[in-house]
Ligand binder design. Structure first.
Ligand code: PRP
Ligand code: ZN
Length: 285
């Protein structure tokens, strides 16, 4: 059987979550330290371990069929690829940053300055839009040391926790782009590979739904069952089971992470007791 080839980052910010997602989608493969590729034992897929910056090009050229990469890299590389699904992890922003004692609160400050970055395409288009002309110094790594060694007045780089900036005596001045990990695909997949992509996509959605929802169980007096059912509509409708104790029911449903704490307060107000909230592993709607 022909494999669908999925490129993931070899090492760095996206790697761990990318592999975790593929494993949660049921793909079994080993990720040995120095491996360049791994065959899944239970799915016609091969995982390729590559530099994230190279992934868009490999996917465009069909060396890999799919890739997990940051939106920032996709935008910078301008390759002929399709973004299939946002993945919700490796959230970060691309920001202009300056030495911590520099006052650079408006974009105007960057006019005529030297900016070091690994994202020349994105930065140039941003500056053009803002009518700022600055000198771009493209460097491929360790951008944050550029101001300290006199190579640039400012940098534009990925900020996630902000600790890299902090430890290099820099501060964020202007965020120009938000980014997260996405699943990309080659624009020319065969029908067979499109079918495999759809299978993987179906699983990714189930994993993400599960991550955003919790299974909730509680006890409530029978007279509150209707009210509680309207607070916790669940996937179709909640399950209501009688308790051995007369006049009480057990209600089982699904609640989404975002509204969870608000709902707990409402449930308690309606006499709910013994509330259990448990993680869901997969959720298929
Ligand atoms: C980015 C950036 C910083 C770091 C910022 O690298 O270049 O090194 O992450 O993260 P922090 O705000 O949490 O300190 P990225 O992972 O994109 O690495 P790469 O350039 O090696 O692909
Ligand atoms: Zn990279």
């Amino acid at each position: 059987m022909e494999n669908i080839r999925i490129a993931v980052q070899k090492s760095g910010r996206l790697q761990e979550s990318s592999l975790k997602l593929l494993k949660e989608c049921g793909l079994k493969f080993s990720n040995g330290q120095n491996k360049l590729k791994a065959q899944a034992s239970n799915f016609p897929a091969e995982v390729l371990f590559l530099r994230d910056d190279d992934i868009p090009e490999y996917v465009q050229d069909g060396v890999a069929d799919l890739g997990i990469v940051g939106e920032n890299v996709c935008l910078e590389k301008e390759k002929d690829i399709k973004t299939v699904q946002k993945l919700g992890f490796a959230k970060c922003r691309l920001s202009l940053a300056v030495p911590k004692n520099t006052e650079a609160d408006s974009v105007k400050w960057f006019d005529g300055k030297r900016i070091a970055t690994s994202y020349p395409v994105i930065v140039k288009s941003f500056l053009k839009k803002e009518n700022i002309s600055a000198e771009i110094h493209e460097i491929s790594g360790s951008v944050e040391i550029a101001p300290g060694i006199g190579l640039a007045d400012a940098i534009c780089d990925i900020v996630s926790t902000g600790s890299t900036l902090l430890s290099n005596g820099l501060k964020e001045s202007f965020s120009i782009l938000k980014s997260e990990a996405v699943l990309i695909s080659s624009p020319k997949l065969t029908d067979y590979k499109t079918e495999l992509l759809n299978k993987i996509l179906f699983r990714i959605k189930a994993v993400n739904e599960a991550r955003n929802n919790k299974y909730i169980l509680l006890n409530a007096p029978n007279h509150s069952v209707e009210k509680i059912a309207s607070i916790l509509p669940g996937m179709k409708s909640p399950t209501v089971l009688p308790l051995k104790e007369e006049g009480w029911s057990s209600i089982h449903s699904v609640v989404d992470e975002g509204t969870f704490w608000d709902k707990i307060d409402q449930l308690k107000a309606h006499g709910a007791q013994g509330i259990l909230v448990v993680p869901i592993e997969k959720m298929i709607l």
